[in-house]
Design a protein around this ligand. Sequence first.
Ligand code: CP
Ligand code: NVA
Length: 317
Amino acid sequence: TASNTIRHLISISDLTTPEFKSLVNRAAYHKKLIKSKQKPATLPLQGELAALLFTKRSTRTRISSEGAAAYFGAQPMFLGKEDIQLGVNESFYDTTKVISSMTSCIFARVNSHADIQQLCEHSSVPIINSLCDRYHPLQAICDLLTITENFNELKGLKLAWIGDSNNVINDLAIAAMKFGINVSIATPNGIEMEQFIIDEARKITNETGATLELTHDPKIAATDANILVTDTFVSMGEESQTKEKLKQFSGFQINNELTSLAKDDYKFMHCLPRHKEEVSDDVFYSDHSVVFPEAENRLYAAIATLEAFVINKGQFL
Ligand code: CP
Ligand code: NVA
């Protein structure tokens, strides 16, 4: 069927290292164009619709994917869970068939990885995973763009993640390692990285030499880190576990005590939205923090993704 030949963006692991690097390069390229007030020479998606099928909240992903669609001339169409028949009156299968018959791509923010897989199976247009429980590839493209803007040589840097085992670090760890960055992940006792990420990381180590370190001690991760990263301790859909999780994460706040172990010129990153329990104001609003340029970079990541998967149909420049 057609779906077998369509390239979808599900996770960074699905991309070869050159493909992933190409996305980051193209994001930088379009950023430069936009910053110099230039417009793309043609509007390849003019007259088309880009669907946003979102069953969860979003600020950055929604704005950046709508902005990317507009940049190439497409009309973005936001389909929130209160707006459409999905889940109440209509099945996933029927909804996917119908949406894909009238649009050029579907940015999908859904709950489970299985939902993303179902979408890919039944859609006649590219699916762009815009966050599921396992992956957040658009964030990882953005984050590697942000890192390339802040460091000259990426190979051999140490990126420390102090936080949850979740969708954001699953893609960020693989993405960073593809660029030769060593990754050190501190999660609380009882929260482990998933085996499929550890297996994937091992393959990347063989390719680029980058290492993955797993610990339950935030200090081990923070020591000599060039980049400190975290995310919410309670992801969307886990609200009922808030009390237990916050208890588990005691000692995991990125604050001046922890950053004093990092390199003097460390950078702090966070995909946002942010809460004080995972990072203190001192760090979050410091000169080390690149969180707002990082958020803006989501736009250029979405543009590069639309270009590669929708306009160029899975051909990477
Ligand atoms: N970082 C991120 O995906 O933010 P939103 O949930 O606001 O889209
Ligand atoms: N881990 C967070 C990321 C939000 C952008 C979540 O899944 O809610």
